[in-house]
Every structure is written in C-alpha cells, then in structure tokens.
Design a protein around this ligand. Structure first.
Ligand SMILES: Nc1nc2c(ncn2[C@@H]2O[C@H](COP(=O)(O)OP(=O)(O)OP(=O)(O)O)[C@@H](O)[C@H]2O)c(=O)[nH]1
Ligand SMILES: [Mg+2]
Length: 442
C-alpha cells in the first residue's frame, strides 16, 4: 500500500486495495468532517497520458504525479488518488483516476476501468472527461468505450445523482468550440441511446442523469500560456460550485462530510464484490452507522470521562489549562453532571430529574449539531437511543434508586416532540434500519 504523503493520497492502488489509513489521515489532516454538506468531489477520467494529472494540478494547485515527457508516454497514475484542492471554496476534493486503455493492463483487462468509473460516479459531483480534440466525430474515438462504460455503470446507481459531466477537449484546433460542441453532444447522445437500459430507464433521457458541459483547451505542450489562461478561467467555475447554477449545483444524495470515509470505503467494497450500488439505501446505512457512533461518543463523553475530569479537577487544573485538555462543551457537560452526582451521594435531590434533563439537553444539542445533515428518520431514532441510554446510565449511579420509571414527557423542544409523538413510527424505522444494517453487513 502506498505511503501517506501530506499532499496526495493513493486511495485505491492498482490492485484495488483501499487505503483506509490514508483516507483517515486525509480526513483528519484536512478537517474534512467539519464541512457538513459544503464540500464537493471532482474526478477526472480519460485515456492514458492525455494530460489528466497536468490539468488537475493547474486547475486546483494539486501535486498529482505527472508523466515525465522525456521518459516516453507510459502509465503514470496508477489506481485512484485524491487531494484537497488549494484555495477553492467550498472544500473540493480532486480525484485523479488511472488512465483508460493503457497497454500496461492489456486490452482485455477492463475490470479496474469499470470499477473506478463506477466509484467516481458514485462519489463525484463533477466528472471531467478528458479527450483529444482530434477524436471528436471519429467512429473509433478513444473515449467511446469509456463513455459507454460511464453510462452503463450509471444504471447501477439506483437513481440519478445529476452528476455534471464536463468534457474537456484537449489540444483544440482552429475549429471553434461552437462547432465542436454540437458534434460532441450528438456523439454522446448516440452512445447513450445505444446503451442497454433496465426497463425503468428505457426512455429516460441522458439529461435526467447528467448535466453535460463542454470546454476546450489549447495544448499545454504547444501553447502553454493560452492553456494556463484558459485553465485559470475554468478554475473560477469551481468556486461556489455547489450553489444553485454552479457546476455541481444540481447534485443529489450528498453524504455529509463526516460520513465520507465510511461511504467511500463501503462503496468500493460493494463495487469489488460486484454488488449493485443502491445509493439511497447506502446513504441510510451511512447515516445509521454515523449517528450511532456519534450517540455513543456522546455517552462516552458523559460517563467515561468522569474519572479523567475528576482527576483534572482534583489536580487543581482550571480555566485555560483545563480547556486545553477538554472542550468547553465537555467542561459544561461534566460540571453539570458531576455536581449532580456528588449531591445525590449525600442527600436526595428533589430537583434531580430537572437537573439531569438540563445535562442531557446539552448532550442532545451536541448530538443534534453533529448529525444535522444525516437522514432525519435515522437521526431521530438514534437520538431516542442516546436519550434512553443516558437516562439509564445516570439512574444507575444514584444510590438506592429504584429502577427508573418510564420517563414522563419532558418539556418538549420541537425535535424532541417529534420523537415522543412519533414513537411508534420511530420504533418501526428503528427496526427497519436495524434490519437493513444487518442485511447490509451480512
Ligand atoms: N499534447 C499535450 N500534452 C499534454 C497536455 N497536458 C499535458 N501533456 C503532456 O502529456 C504527458 C502526460 O501528462 P499527465 O498529466 O501525466 O497525463 P495523465 O493523463 O495523467 O497520464 P496517466 O496518469 O498515465 O494516465 C506529459 O508529458 C504532459 O506534459 C496537453 O494539453 N497537450
Ligand atoms: Mg495521471
């Protein structure tokens, strides 16, 4: 497995091995998880040695490995690499794919090509399709098999994601883009029409699945200055790309950034196992796993940090120094809970439940904040789980307290009201989500 560098990370190697440690490192180093749904992924695909990595590097200030022209035209990028784009808002991840139809894999080995195309389509909001200008309108153009692959694999994603396919015509000639654009679109439509489709999509137009955009660039080798100017213009289009009207403005089914790692890992696993990718169900799975993880982190921070916090308090570590050890949220939470726990050890506290609810409110608000972009039904069910677990743990710590009676309806905040009033529905969602997870993992 490749080394983890500070810049680009080989996410998947040429044998299809997923670099879990590398991705975790990337997510931590770039603080991706803090970006909610304000992030985007841009992938590039196209024939080998067609200047894909060069384009990404100029467009995004990335440092993907480029071919050394003096060494000949051999395969440079192997597998799939990712890197954070420099200076672009929102947070944008560039994904550099191994070139297609390289002699290194041999003519018949298209498995990785298909798998990486499916992965890119499942993950990326914008896919750059790199192609040579002289291929436009040609019957045996290098990109045709690739496009066929892209369209075929899209059918396996269970529903349109409205990915933007941005065709990047390289080494443009004197023929203007106005002339090239319709010819290319006609070719694309022809390929789309010829692709076998499942019954449900027999007459679905290409535009239902993709936004198609076309641009043309001068040759980097022959007209470097013009190339750089045109790339600088294109770069502008990646700012605010997720806003309405932006390059990725129509995207659907975004996985919140804190679920990106898990999502990418699972998608690749399914692709390798040749399973169909049901992206809507996949999104629910990611929400289920992440919301439960976040709920457990909250429980852990409340009850498993007691000892650490008591030590810090006893050691007389206060104020600024203490906040270096634990976050302000945790300080508030633990101070509230530990004071209550200490009081209850010495005398009955008539306001116990009220004070406990105040502590739990802090805990639940943090949970709400961290899960805000995940599926509503799932986060509601996991909130309920967090609340009942926290109550159970809290009551266990009260001396001689009988088992807690079912919680009376607490003062209802809007989110909580929906839990209690929708409890039967929530339970049924819980059961179906649990069933899904079991099925998914088995
Ligand atoms: N003619 C031409 N050559 C280019 C252009 N951009 C880059 N190159 C050259 O093409 C060669 C390959 O560039 P890369 O960026 O490594 O190409 P790639 O598509 O990433 O290659 P693989 O990773 O092997 O698929 C290098 O020698 C580049 O200098 C271009 O616009 N036109
Ligand atoms: Mg490359």
């Amino acid at each position: 497995m490749a080394q983890v560098s500070l810049s680009s990370v080989q996410l998947i190697d040429r044998n299809g091995c997923f670099n879990v440690a590398g991705l975790d490192h990337f997510v931590r180093a770039t603080e991706l998880a803090n970006h909610g749904v304000s992030y985007t992924v841009v992938a590039v695909m196209g024939p080998q040695s067609s200047g894909k990595s060069t384009l990404l590097n100029h467009l995004f200030g990335t440092k993907f490995i480029e071919m050394d022209a003096s060494e000949g035209r051999s395969q440079t990028t192997q597998g799939i690499w990712i890197e954070k784009c420099a200076g672009i808002m929102p947070f944008t991840i560039a994904m550099d794919l191994e070139g297609t139809d390289g002699s290194e894999r041999g003519e018949d080995d298209t498995a990785f090509e298909k798998q990486s195309a499916l992965f890119a389509l499942a993950i990326a909001d914008v896919v750059l399709i790199n192609m040579w200008c002289h291929d436009i309108g040609r019957e045996h153009a290098a990109n045709k098999p690739l496009l066929k692959t892209v369209f075929q694999v899209m059918m396996r994603l269970f529903g349109p994601r409205k990915t933007t396919l941005l065709f990047v015509i390289r080494d443009k000639t004197k023929t203007s883009l106005e002339k090239l654009d319709p010819i290319l679109r006609r070719d694309i439509e022809k390929i789309w029409d010829a692709v076998p489709k499942p019954e449900a999509h027999k007459s679905t137009p290409l535009s239902e699945f993709f936004n198609v955009e076309v641009i043309a660039l001068s040759s980097y080798e022959e007209k470097e200055e013009q190339f750089k100017e045109q790339v600088a213009e294109l770069r502008e289009r990646f700012f605010h790309s997720i806003s309405p009207g932006g390059l990725a403005g129509d995207r659907r089914g975004v996985v919140p950034a804190s679920g990106f790692s898990l999502s990418a890992k699972r998608i690749w696993k399914d692709i390798k196992e040749n399973k169909d990718l049901d992206l809507p169900a996949h999104k629910v799975m990611v929400a289920t796993v992440r919301c439960e993880e976040i709920a457990n982190e909250k429980l852990h921070s409340l009850f498993a940090n007691e000892v650490l916090f008591t030590f810090i308090s006893l050691a007389g570590i206060t104020g600024l120094i203490r906040t270096l050890f634990v976050s302000q949220y945790l300080v508030d939470l633990l101070q509230g809970w530990l004071a209550l726990e200490a009081d209850i050890q010495v005398h009955p506290v008539p306001e116990f439940r009220k004070r406990l609810d105040a502590v739990l409110d802090t805990c639940l608000s943090e949970y709400d904040r961290e899960t805000i972009y995940f599926d509503d039904d799932v986060r509601t069910v996991k909130r309920q789980y967090l609340q009942s677990k926290a109550l159970e743990e809290a009551y266990k710590r009260v001396p001689n307290w009988p088992a807690p009676t079912p919680a009376p309806a607490p003062p209802l905040a809007p989110a909580r009201a929906s839990i209690w009033s929708n409890l039967p529905a929530a339970v049924s969602v819980a059961v179906s989500v649990a069933g899904f997870v079991v099925n998914y993992l088995s």
